[in-house]
Ligand binder design. Structure first.
Ligand code: G3P
Ligand code: CA
Length: 417
């Protein structure tokens, strides 16, 4: 979606070419409607496995006022079953009548794996998929007094989809009937609406007043009018684009998504650019808000720091057992050092131990000291190092009464701070 701010039709005529869309949406037209009977759960389920960003629903209304998902106003083409229930106009039948019919026993699907598929209600679609999918819902031939729009919005509220429709375009509402869209816009101007019709300067100027996009028949789409729509911050979602060549051409024209019976073909051509999961819809929503100046993204950094630290804490002073004169033995004593180092390396050393002394008297053998570990190859916090002292006493070594002591210096250092 181009980021140019809308400035009016005069401005639209002299803008630079549009940038590439932030995302190009894969809209499964009536579900995966080539491989499965259109507008059945089988068609929607399959579309989702093929990578569709949206599953499309066309709305009709029953004689008892229930929104059902079917393209045609009549049952002739896609519905089979008892004639009294399953022929004629959808709006002449109750929901109970329609539920006696098959929606998957016609055309190339006749007698096949989908004969048990029923005409879904819009509510059943929401019950089945909840917030796990994005919906692209068409108010189809709404008649005055049917309140198709109000019924749809009531269902959005019942299934908690209104806010996610507004913020993430989890629901897009489309219609060939501009008045139907304007009715919805009057009820909630935040809802994202797409007008189905020609893409030209006149429609662009009209739709930008209430909608977020235009869905034209793909045959008339040109780069110039895609750019014009983008300059007005409108998305372009052509229908119904089925051959690989046409899909590729639409992608190259920079459309923001397209309706296709072959979600798999579009997904293949999108390749790595296909939006993962539900994200395509919210990316498109955010990009449109940015284009309209309704969303600004300002980077702000957050961070912290660590001061260079070398810390050495020695444990309690080590103390040998009393030395026993006339007995040959090596005495041991120990303590622990705690090391904190933020350096890339650190090592712990000790000064030359020398000999324990008792006033002017000195032991014959030098004091021994070992440190384990005595080196670290990266930062450590409160790492323990065991300090072990050894003191040999000989069998004939004279020992003077008193206390023997020595002060040593331990050094923690680094070459890689
Ligand atoms: O809604 C886009 C496209 O589906 C319009 O054509 O007749 O298939 O509803 P139709
Ligand atoms: Ca449609």
């Amino acid at each position: 979606m181009k980021k140019t701010l809308a400035l009016g039709l005069l401005a639209l005529a002299c803008i630079a070419p549009a940038q590439a869309s932030a995302v190009q949406l894969n809209i499964a037209h009536r579900g995966a409607s080539d491989a499965r009977p259109e507008h059945t759960f089988a068609a929607y389920d399959h579309a989702l496995t093929l990578g569709a960003d949206y599953i499309e629903q066309d709305l009709q209304i029953t004689s008892d006022g229930v929104l059902v998902v079917m393209h045609d106003e009549t049952l002739t083409r896609t519905v089979r079953g008892p004639a009294e229930n399953c022929t004629g106009r959808v709006d002449s039948k109750t929901l109970a009548q329609l539920k006696t019919c098959s929606a998957g026993d016609w055309g190339k699907f006749a007698g096949g794996a989908y004969v048990s598929e029923k005409i879904p209600t819009m509510e059943e679609v929401f019950q089945r998929y909840g917030k796990t999918v994005n919906y692209y819902i068409e108010t189809k031939q709404p008649e005055p007094g049917e309140n198709m729009e109000a019924k749809l919005l009531a269902l959005l509220d019942k299934y908690d989809l209104r806010e996610s429709a507004v913020t993430d375009w989890q629901v897009l509402i489309q219609s060939f009937d501009a008045n139907s869209l304007k009715t919805i816009h009057a009820m909630d101007p935040r809802l994202p609406l797409v007008f189905l019709g020609s893409l030209n300067p006149t429609s662009i100027q009209a739709v930008r007043e209430y909608g977020v996009g235009i869905g034209p028949s793909f045959g008339g789409v040109t780069k110039a009018n895609v750019d014009l729509a983008h300059a007005a911050c409108l998305n372009v979602h052509p229908y119904t684009v089925n051959t690989t060549a046409d899909i590729q051409r639409m992608l190259e024209l920079g459309v923001d998504g397209m309706f296709t019976n072959f979600a798999d073909r579009l997904e293949t051509l999108l390749g790595a650019k296909a939006a993962p999961g539900l994200t395509g819809a919210s990316i498109a929503a955010a990009e449109t808000r940015r284009c309209r100046g309704e969303q600004k993204d300002v980077p702000a950094q957050v961070g912290g720091s660590v001061p260079a630290t070398l810390s050495l804490t020695m444990g309690a002073p080590a103390s040998f057992e009393p030395f026993i004169p006339g007995v040959e033995r090596v005495y041991t004593a120990g303590t622990t050092a705690k090391v904190i180092s933020t350096a890339g390396d650190a090592s712990l050393t000790v000064s030359e131990p020398g000999h324990l002394t008792n006033g002017a008297f000195t032991l014959a053998s030098p004091l021994g000291v070992t440190i384990a570990p005595n080196a670290w190859s990266g930062p450590v916090s409160n790492a323990d190092a065991a300090i072990t002292f050894t003191q040999p006493i000989g069998r004939t070594e004279p020992l003077r009464t008193g206390t023997y002591a020595k002060t040593l210096t331990f050094t923690l250092s680094t070459t890689n701070p």
